[in-house]
Design a protein around this ligand. Structure first.
Ligand code: SF4
Ligand code: SF4
Length: 235
């Protein structure tokens, strides 16, 4: 219904399924029927993810957005024909870039896992409205994207601070927090999508969750040592 509904995960899924190019058609900018102006959001998402796919070695021209009204069939036809021609020139996905199929699949899977993180880090720019197409290229720079991936954060629960209040576990969106009543919680790094929800949720009086970047995450506390013995119960 609305181009604003096109999540980057849909785009990456299409590429993971071997689609050679993704074309998104949106309503003309400033002509959105809703106050949300979802088409601006999609434009920003496309500008960001063109950089992201470029980062993993794909040609950014494989992802395109064009705006048109329902009465502009000619604009649509022209845009689609031009895009199909371009994608044919680029060749099959990955093959055109010299990336092995299995390697490409693994790169796309890694990036898909990081979508929530990428969105959180870029939320301000994703919500902005760039009116002038000349400014599109500067909204997300190559350098910013390199930095984004070199500084990927991990979330770690300090076992000496965790009070097993379960607040983080109740809010987690990815089943990455392992914990139960009276048990120190731990983050399953393989499942963590780096959304930062737990970091925001952990009460400041405990401050048990930290962001780690550029250094290895300490291993989780062994399962048999996670039980918290409350003082009142000790007596
Ligand atoms: S950042 Fe925290 S809430 Fe988000 S997926 Fe990772 S462990 Fe779960
Ligand atoms: S919110 Fe903080 S204190 Fe509570 S269980 Fe999670 S990490 Fe532990």
């Amino acid at each position: 219904m609305c181009s604003g509904r096109v999540d980057p995960v849909f785009v990456l899924k299409a590429f993971s399924n071997g689609v050679d190019g993704v074309f998104i058609g949106g309503c003309r900018l400033n002509e959105c029927n809703y106050v949300t102006h979802g088409n601006y959001h999609t434009l920003n998402m496309v500008l960001l993810f063109r950089r992201v796919i470029e980062h993993i070695g794909l040609n950014p021209e494989r992802l395109k957005i064009e705006f048109m009204s329902g009465a502009e069939a000619n604009v649509f036809v022209e845009a689609v024909n031009g895009f199909v021609k371009k994608v044919k020139q680029l060749g099959p996905l990955g093959e055109g870039e010299g990336i092995d199929k299995a390697e490409l699949k693994s790169r796309l899977a890694e990036i898909t896992k990081l979508v929530p993180y990428i969105k959180v880090v870029n939320q301000e720019k994703l919500a902005s409205r760039v009116e002038n197409p000349d400014e599109y290229a500067g909204l997300f720079t190559k350098e910013e994207i390199e930095k984004l991936f070199s500084e990927v954060v991990s979330y770690y629960i300090d076992p000496t601070k965790c009070q097993a209040c379960m607040t983080c576990a109740r809010r987690y969106p990815a089943e990455a927090i392992i914990g139960a009543k009276n048990q120190i919680h731990v983050v399953d790094q393989d499942k963590c999508i780096k959304c930062g929800t737990c970091f925001e949720a952990c009460p400041t009086k405990f401050g048990a969750i930290s962001k780690i970047s550029g250094e290895p995450v300490p291993p989780p506390i062994p399962e048999g040592e996670r039980m918290i013995v409350r003082k009142s119960k000790e007596k």
